[in-house]
Design a protein. Structure first.
Length: 113
């Protein structure tokens, strides 16, 4: 499985971005797609995950929305009301049994104040 993420960029506080992640290859073992972020000097952390339901980190609830298009093997992250603390490299991940199995290459989101 290969994941290709895109959509990052520079945005002002309060702005929006939409990240996309396209999967290729056989994903029959994958039962969840997720987005993680890694801020400079910090560990990678889960932002949002989608199975038959969705779950979000408390820091992004009400601002970010994860969605997927199974026909396109794609997952998206709509990010609204962006804050400087959202600045990070964002990674998409394909998960099985609760564990990330495959990672995208990361896309940088920078929120300027």
């Amino acid at each position: 499985v290969q994941l290709q993420a895109c959509g990052g960029g520079l945005v002002q506080v309060g702005g929006s971005l939409r990240l996309s992640c396209a999967a290729s290859g056989s994903i029959f073992v994958i039962n969840a797609m997720a987005w993680y972020l890694q801020a400079p000097g910090k560990q990678r952390e889960l932002v949002a995950i989608i199975t038959s339901t969705t779950n979000y980190a408390d820091s992004v609830k009400g601002r970010f929305t994860i969605s997927r298009d199974n026909a396109k093997k794609a997952v998206y992250l709509q990010m609204n009301s962006l804050k400087p603390e959202d600045t990070a490299v964002y990674y998409c991940a394909a998960q099985a049994a609760g564990i990330p199995r495959y990672w995208g290459q990361g896309t940088l989101v920078t929120v300027s104040s």
